[in-house]
Design a protein around this ligand. Structure first.
Ligand code: BGC
Length: 463
């Protein structure tokens, strides 16, 4: 997701287990020795290297119906997206939303063999922003374990679901916030400093990885922010180290991590086709442009692949895979540049050519002008397990005005289109669309714009 906006330059924004499964190997060896054909328990199937390869992912019918009801939405309504468990009540389901079990049962009815779920309810959630503050206070790690992770694990471990590859997306924004927003940077907040000091993000993530990683058909992917958050040398390696620390906490090991996901609920372009980070204009590197601002990456694909290499260097498995959320990073439509910018200076060159049309790369809430990105695709590039839709298009990032609610959500001015406080110099508009509802609630106007600005464009005259 997001959060990068206001940190200071420099510090700024900013298989599991064994894919070799000893038990399964042993069973095979025994079976051979005894020449007894023991049917492997359905739940003991070895994890595959890339769960998306050859898979049929679950299409959430609730999202699908909302998408199909919008003009042009039919063109994407059959795409798979993640189901968010964003509060304890979501596990059992609420009036208008299916619970976890009902989603899984529906997946089986659909004939799907892959299910994608976001685990998102840490104590003190969303510490650098307000729009997705959660229900658990900073110290409520026991409730997180007992009332949230354990019930989810009980359901996912049900043998009825053993034939599904279950992809979990672990706790968006949490560990990246510990890296860039928990002290010593302009973007730091008290709330993040508290979560760093009490260790409850790391404990929660470790507990989730360990508990869910014990289920043989679960594939854990940890959230790793995006290039506009962790692409600086001051935070890139520290982030990989932070991920390793959390993944070796509370009984978890690096084997509980199948991979990582970048760009969750964010808008960073997958590929910037008209400029590279190594380009220079009249001898000045594009890294000096206002937009790039000394980042080492200009898009998500290059960031994801480089981060993967660093994570392996830090001790994660050689065969970890990356996911990229491409739900809303398409940046098509008439504002999309078709060639490089003029060579009159680095800013003109970068701003004229970049397809990411945000006002500032740290803007994250309901971005004006964005479009649907690549459709979910398995194994699209080396090191990438899949392009996925983690944030269901049409669901708001946050409310543009204060709204009373019982979800724990606050009002973040990054969702207010009149706010100008973002960025190092604090004068960039937020770029947010007006009149948005609470995070996670349906935002019809945004959905329609995303469809119109899809890139690659949607076929079938959807606009
Ligand atoms: C919200 C969640 C929601 C998710 C998916 C998050 O920003 O806080 O409540 O489920 O987005 O839309």
């Amino acid at each position: 997701m997001r959060r990068t906006g206001t940190t200071s330059h420099g510090t700024r924004r900013r298989p599991a287990a064994s894919r070799r499964r000893p038990a399964a190997l042993l069973a095979l060896a025994l079976g051979a020795a005894l020449t007894v054909a023991l049917p492997p328990p359905a739940s003991a199937a070895a994890r595959v290297d890339n769960p998306y390869a050859g898979a049929t992912p679950y299409v959430n019918p609730d999202w699908s119906a909302r998408a199909a009801a919008e003009p042009g939405g039919g063109a994407i309504a059959d795409e798979p997206s993640f189901v968010w468990m964003d509060r304890i009540a979501a596990i059992e389901g609420t009036g208008d939303a299916k619970g976890l079990r009902e989603h899984l049962d529906t997946a089986l009815e659909q004939g799907a063999d892959l299910f994608q779920v976001v685990v998102y309810d840490l104590p003190g959630r969303d510490c650098a922003a307000l729009a997705s503050n959660g229900e658990l206070g900073p110290t409520e790690i026991d409730r997180y374990r007992n009332e949230y992770i354990d019930p989810i694990a009980d359901i996912l471990a049900d043998p009825a679901y053993a034939g599904l590859r279950i992809v979990t997306l672990i706790e968006p924004d949490s560990l990246p916030n510990l890296v860039t927003n928990a002290g010593g940077t302009d973007g730091s907040t008290e709330a993040c400093a508290t979560m760093k000091a009490n260790g409850n993000y790391e404990k929660g993530v470790g507990y989730a990885l360990h508990t869910l990683g014990a289920i043989p058909n679960v594939y854990n992917y940890v959230d790793a922010a995006h290039h506009g958050w962790l692409g600086w040398d001051s935070n890139f390696v520290p982030a990989a180290q932070e991920f390793k620390k959390a993944a070796t906490t509370e009984g978890a090991t690096v084997s509980d991590v199948h991979g990582f996901i970048v760009n969750t609920a964010n808008y960073s372009a997958l590929k910037e086709p008209h400029f590279k980070v190594t380009d220079a204009v009249n001898g000045t590197t594009v890294r000096q442009s206002k937009w790039v601002d000394w980042n080492y990456y200009v898009d998500e694909l290059s960031f994801a692949q480089a981060l993967r290499t660093e994570l392996v260097r830090q001790g994660f498995a050689q065969d970890i895979g990356m996911l990229i959320d491409t739900a809303r990073n398409g940046w098509g439509g008439s504002a999309r540049p078709t060639s490089a910018g003029p060579l009159t200076g680095v800013d003109a060159y970068v701003d004229g050519g970049r397809v990411d049309r945000r006002i500032h790369a740290g803007n994250w809430c309901n971005q004006s002008g964005a479009g649907i990105g690549e459709r979910p695709t398995a194994a699209p590039e080396p090191g990438i397990d899949a392009y996925v839709w983690a944030k269901p298009p049409g669901e708001s990032d946050g409310n543009s005005r204060p709204i009373d609610n019982d979800e724990g959500k606050g009002f973040d001015r990054m969702c207010d289109p009149t706010y100008t406080g973002n960025g190092r110099n604090g004068y960039n508009l937020s770029g947010a669309l007006p009149d948005s509802p609470l995070a996670g609630h349906w935002f019809s106007a945004q959905f329609q714009e995303l469809v119109r600005n899809a890139y690659p464009p949607l076929g079938g005259g959807s606009a």
